[in-house]
Design a protein around this ligand. Structure first.
Ligand code: ATP
Length: 235
């Protein structure tokens, strides 16, 4: 479904991605593990068109998207829920969600997406007329994911969905990610919480200073001593 080949990206003269190769098959959850500054966010932004790669290619659903604009990429069925939520705090929950559906025209289908999304996130339904910025961190995170789902993505990119959340809420978010995947959405997940992310993933990639250094089945990465020492910490 997604094939990233030899992608290089720069911030000025700093090279953040140094020839990334990565593939995602339909219906998979793939986790990208890496330390702060390894290039995870940069890779997601490059895939969804927010950063133009200097070289390499990105194929999504058999189409070359390497130099497409983000809104064209969303239309093809690839959307991202960004780190730090980046919701619009003064707008209501429902207005934020509406923005997620901006590429779509079919009213009935949009209504269906609302229903599906609200059944995943009943809390958003309860809060739909509330200003988004007044919600709790966990609720805002749900809103960011819900908004990304409103474009009806085939592939959903999630950047640190559990960042800053209390442990109980982290579990809720991971359960929801599993459910979204069970309903047919392919997922690329970046997480500081590598153990939990690998626990729900099928496969994983490890990125270090802009390069993929390891890829394997998620269960194999969870058992690897090197991964345990570097990324998983104490159980
Ligand atoms: P984190 O988990 O801390 O967000 P990350 O793996 O997502 O880390 P990136 O944000 O992709 O890392 O950053 C990769 C590298 O690019 C880092 O060295 C970072 O300092 C640099 N970088 C990121 N954004 C910019 C920017 N806007 N301008 C210059 N350098 C940047």
């Amino acid at each position: 479904m997604l094939k990233v080949s030899n992608v290089e990206a720069f911030y000025g003269r700093i090279q953040a991605l140094k020839g990334i190769n990565l593939q995602i098959k339909e219906k998979e959850i793939v986790t990208l593990v890496g330390s702060n500054g390894a290039g995870k966010t940069t890779l997601l932004k490059t895939i969804c068109g927010l950063i133009k790669p200097k070289s390499g290619s990105i194929i999504f659903d058999n189409k070359e998207i390497t130099n497409m604009n983000p809104h064209e990429i969303v239309k093809l069925g690839l959307s991202m829920s960004p780190e730090g939520r980046q919701i619009f705090p003064k707008m209501t929950v429902e207005e934020n969600l509406e923005l997620g559906a901006y590429t779509r025209k079919e009213k009935n289908e949009i209504k269906e997406s609302y229903e599906k999304m609200y059944s995943l996130f009943p809390r958003l339904y309860e809060r739909r007329t509330q200003a988004a910025g007044t919600m709790s961190g966990g609720e805002q995170q749900m809103l960011a994911i819900g908004r990304a789902l409103m474009s009806k993505p085939k592939l959903l990119l999630l950047d640190e969905p559990s960042l800053g959340l209390a442990p109980l809420l982290v579990e809720v978010i991971f359960e929801l990610i599993k459910e979204i995947n069970n309903q047919g959405t392919t997922i690329l997940l970046i997480e500081q919480n590598a153990r939990m992310a690998l626990n729900i993933a099928h496969r994983g990639y490890v990125i270090e200073t802009g390069k993929i250094v390891l890829e394997d089945e998620a269960y194999a990465l969870l058992q690897s001593e090197a991964i345990k020492n570097a990324y998983l910490g104490a159980e």
